[in-house]
Design a protein around this ligand. Structure first.
Ligand code: GDP
Ligand code: GDP
Length: 434
C-alpha cells in the first residue's frame, strides 16, 4: 500500500537529489530526462519498513526564464500542493542561509507536517552545530548525511509517523477516471462537458483528505469520480506548462484512477509530448481510452476518421488495446458516449475468466498454432490461470518459461482478446514452470 507523498524542498546544493536517490534506491524513477542531464529524476517510489510512499524532488522541477526567487517559490508551492509530508533540507556545512529563512517562512504558513533535516552532517562535530536551525521555527532539526546514509533511518521513521493513516483508494466501489494530456488539449473542457451532460449530477461525497478537487458525480444511477489532473483547477494552472510538473500530476492521477482518458488535440494533431503521456498511461497497467478531442475543428471527409485511427495505431503501437473516441469537448458532440465506454473498459480491467473457459481458449490456440521450437526445444503450455485483475494477469504453466517467446505471448494475448474482449485493458502474461 502506498501511504502518500513526500516532497523534498531546499535551496540548490543542499543535497536534495542525493537524498532522493538514496531514498528511492535502485528503484526506477518515473520521470527521466535525456541522458547526461544530471537532474533527471524527480518522482519515485520510496520504501521504509514495508511501507511505500511517493517521493518528489522539487529541485528537479525547473521553470524556464524565471529568477531564483520565483523558482524556489514554485518548488515550495508545488511541494505543499502535492505532498502529505514535506522535508525541508538544509546544509549543515553552509549553516543557515537567507534562502532557508525564506523557504521556512512559506512552509510555516501551511498546515502540512514539515520535517526539518539538516544534511551533510557527516560527523559528530558538524552534528553539534545544527542547533542554529532551531531558529527556523520548524521544530527539531534532524541531522542527516545523505552521502553516508547517517540519520536517514531516523528521518524515515518520522516520515512514516506523519504520513496519513489512510488508504490511497478512498473511492472503493466507484469507477474513477482521470483525463490526461499535454497542456491545452482540452482536459478541463472535457471534464466540464462530461459534468454538464444532462444526467450527470455532481454529488456531495467528500473528496480525499488531501485538499482534493476530485469530482464525484452520478450518471444513470452509477457513481463515478473524476480524478483531478494538472491544470484542472485555476490554482494549478500556472504550473501546468512546466512539463515535468504536469507529468508528475498525471502520474499521481493515473495512480488513483481505474480508467485513464488520454487526450489528443485533434486540431493540432499528434505531437512528441503525447507519446510521453501515453507511455505513462500504458506503464501504469490501467484501463486506457484514447480520446481524440476538438473533432469539430478538424477538416474532414468520410475517410478522415479511418486515417486518423490508422495514424494513432501507428504512433501508439503499445496502446493497441485502447478504444479510440472522437469527441468535441466544445460542442459536446459524442461526449455522452464516453461514460458507457468508461464502464466497458472498467469491466474489462476487472474481468475474471473461469479457469476452464480460459483453458479451452489457450489449448485451442496452442493447437491451431503450436509454438515454434527454439534450438530443438518446444514450449508446452499445460494450462493457464488468471491470477489477478487490474490488469488481468494470466500465468501459463509450462515446461520451460524461457521458451515463451514474446511473439507467442502476444499471440495468446490476441486469442484471449478475441474470446473475451478485454477492451481497453492491458493483459499481463507470464510463464511459470509446472
Ligand atoms: P541539490 O541541488 O539540493 O539536489 O543537491 P545535490 O544532491 O545535487 O548535492 C549537492 C552537492 O552536495 C553534491 O556535490 C553532493 O555530493 C553533496 N552532498 C549531498 N549530500 C551530502 C552529504 O550528506 N555530505 C556531504 N559532505 N556532501 C553531500
Ligand atoms: P487543458 O489545458 O488541457 O485543460 O485545455 P482546456 O480545456 O483549457 O482547453 C484549451 C483550449 O482548447 C481552450 O481554448 C478550449 O476552448 C479549446 N478547446 C477545448 N476543447 C475543444 C474542442 O473540442 N474543440 C475546439 N475547437 N476547441 C476546444
Amino acid at each position: 500500500m502506498i501511504r502518500g507523498t513526500v516532497a523534498l524542498v531546499g535551496h540548490p546544493n543542499v543535497g536534495k537529489s542525493t537524498l532522493f536517490n538514496r531514498l528511492i534506491g535502485q528503484r526506477k524513477s518515473i520521470v527521466d530526462d535525456q541522458p547526461g542531464v544530471t537532474r533527471d529524476r524527480i518522482y519515485g517510489l520510496g520504501e521504509w519498513l514495508t511501507q511505500e510512499f511517493w517521493l518528489i524532488d522539487t529541485g528537479g522541477i525547473q521553470l524556464e526564464d524565471q529568477d531564483f526567487a520565483s523558482e524556489i517559490n514554485a518548488q515550495v508551492e508545488i511541494a505543499l500542493e502535492e505532498a502529505d509530508v514535506v522535508i525541508m533540507l538544509c546544509d549543515a556545512q553552509d549553516g543557515m542561509t537567507q534562502d532557508d529563512i525564506f523557504i521556512a517562512r512559506k512552509l510555516q504558513k501551511s498546515n502540512k507536517p514539515i520535517l526539518l533535516a539538516v544534511n551533510k552532517a557527516d560527523n559528530e562535530k558538524i552534528r553539534l552545530g545544527i542547533y542554529d536551525f532551531y531558529q527556523l521555527g520548524l521544530g527539531d532539526p534532524m541531522p542527516v548525511s545523505s552521502t553516508h546514509g547517517l540519520g536517514v533511518a531516523d528521518l524515515l521513521d518520522e516520515v512514516i509517523k506523519l504520513l496519513p493513516d489512510k488508504e490511497m483508494r478512498p473511492y472503493e466501489g466507484l469507477t474513477t477516471f482521470c483525463v490526461i494530456g499535454r497542456p491545452n488539449v482540452g482536459k478541463s473542457s472535457l471534464v466540464n462537458a462530461i459534468l454538464k451532460e444532462d444526467r450527470a449530477i455532481v454529488s456531495n461525497i467528500e473528496g480525499t483528505t488531501r485538499d482534493a478537487i476530485d469530482t464525484p458525480f452520478t450518471y444513470d444511477g452509477r457513481e463515478y469520480v473524476i480524478i483531478d489532473t494538472a491544470g484542472m483547477r485555476k490554482r494549478g494552472k500556472i504550473y501546468e506548462n512546466i512539463e515535468k510538473y504536469s507529468i508528475l500530476r498525471a502520474v499521481s492521477a493515473i495512480d488513483r484512477a481505474d480508467v485513464v482518458l488520454f487526450l489528443i488535440d485533434g486540431e493540432k494533431g499528434i505531437r512528441a509530448q503525447d507519446k510521453h503521456v501515453a507511455g505513462l498511461a500504458h506503464d501504469a497497467g490501467k484501463g486506457v481510452i484514447i480520446v481524440y478531442n476538438k473533432w469539430d475543428a478538424v477538416k474532414k471527409d468520410e475517410h478522415t476518421m479511418n486515417e486518423v485511427t490508422k495514424k494513432i495505431r501507428e504512433e501508439f503501437k503499445y496502446l493497441d488495446y485502447a478504444p479510440i473516441a472522437f469527441v468535441s469537448a466544445l460542442t459536446r458532440a459524442k461526449v455522452q458516449n464516453l461514460i458507457p465506454l468508461i464502464d466497458e473498459v472498467h469491466e474489462s480491467c476487472t474481468l475474471r475468466i473461469p479457469t476452464n473457459v480460459l483453458n479451452d481458449v489457450i489449448l485451442d490456440a496452442q493447437m491451431m498454432n503450436p509454438p515454434k521450437a527454439q534450438s530443438g526445444r518446444q514450449l508446452r503450455i499445460y494450462y493457464g490461470s488468471q491470477v489477478a485483475v487490474n490488469p488481468p494477469t494470466i500465468v501459463l504453466f509450462v515446461n520451460d518459461p524461457e521458451l515463451l517467446h514474446f511473439t507467442y505471448a502476444r499471440y495468446i494475448e490476441n486469442r484471449l482478446r478475441d474470446a473475451f474482449g478485454f477492451i481497453g485493458t492491458p493483459i499481463k502474461i507470464t510463464a511459470r514452470k509446472r
